[in-house]
Design a protein around this ligand. Structure first.
Ligand SMILES: Nc1ncnc2c1ncn2[C@@H]1O[C@H](COP(=O)(O)OP(=O)(O)O)[C@@H](O)[C@H]1O
Ligand SMILES: [Mg+2]
Length: 243
């Protein structure tokens, strides 16, 4: 899976996605070309329905595009078969959802270590990673709790720890603060900035939270399935860079 051209961690070429719903075609992505460097932190903003989630789902291999290429560290993931793609997702991508997507009947610890069990990580190493991550996300001592006994912000911290357990090179987040009040949302975005800074993970986050977008280095503005423009996050230097 090595490639010669891995100057960019993420590179899409004329990426298109058409959803077929009955007889109606929905043109969700109409030719997206982006290039993201390794270790960068980027936000994607735009009106509802502009294709933000679709773009993130394509990059994270949750779904396949209709046409175009997606190079991740130089590998065109659109050419991988389903089995290789699942393995790629498990090892290389940490995904954070708006509604946390935790397993409510399992403990915090079990939720966090699940992707590591899938990856075949030895139990001892899993235990060590879980306890390091609980510390990082500020949930020490809560490992045996069930998610429903935690606040929204705490549940998102569990989801972030789960996303990090296999030390992925990429963290993709779809409206990670969408269900949180602004103070808690700020704590979560600061944590994402800290992870970008400390772990060097490349982060792409879809957000409606313009304060968060402003902390990221680049902001892609989507409209009707196209990148309408790109701007800089003006707080990046004071916020994410120093986190
Ligand atoms: N699974 C799907 N089936 C059909 N249409 C979809 C599906 N997912 C998204 N869409 C449509 O694609 C467009 C882009 O959606 P989405 O990527 O979810 O936008 P955003 O995240 O910016 O709100 C919208 O018109 C939406 O209705
Ligand atoms: Mg969306």
């Amino acid at each position: 899976m090595k490639s010669k051209n891995n100057k960019f961690a993420i590179r899409t070429t004329d990426l298109k996605k058409i959803y077929l719903t009955g007889l109606v075609k929905v043109y969700a992505l109409n030719g997206i070309n982006i290039e993201v460097k390794s270790g960068d932190i980027i936000s994607v903003v735009g009106p509802s329905g502009s294709g933000k989630s679709t773009l993130l789902n394509m990059i994270s291999a949750l779904d396949r595009p209709t046409s175009g290429k997606i190079l991740i560290d130089g590998v065109d993931i659109t050419r991988l078969n389903d089995k290789t793609l699942s393995k790629f997702r498990n090892r290389r991508i940490g995904f954070i959802f708006q509604s946390y997507n935790l397993i409510n009947r399992s403990s915090v610890k079990k939720n966090i270590e699940l992707p590591a069990i899938v990856a075949g990580m030895p139990k001892k190493m899993r235990g060590k990673r879980v306890s390091d991550l609980l510390e990082l996300v500020g949930l020490k001592g809560l490992e045996n709790r069930k998610p429903t006994t935690l606040s929204g912000g705490q549940q998102q911290r569990v989801a972030i720890a789960r996303a990090l357990i296999n030390e992925p090179a990429f963290i993709l987040a779809d409206e990670p603060t969408g269900n949180l009040d602004s103070k808690t949302g700020n704590e979560i975005t600061d944590l994402l900035c800290e992870i970008n800074h400390k772990k060097g993970a490349t982060i792409v986050a879809v957000t409606h939270d313009l304060e968060f977008a402003d902390k990221t280095r680049r902001i892609f503005h989507l409209r009707d399935g196209l990148i309408e423009k790109e701007t800089e996050g003006f707080s990046y230097n004071e916020a994410c860079k120093r986190a």
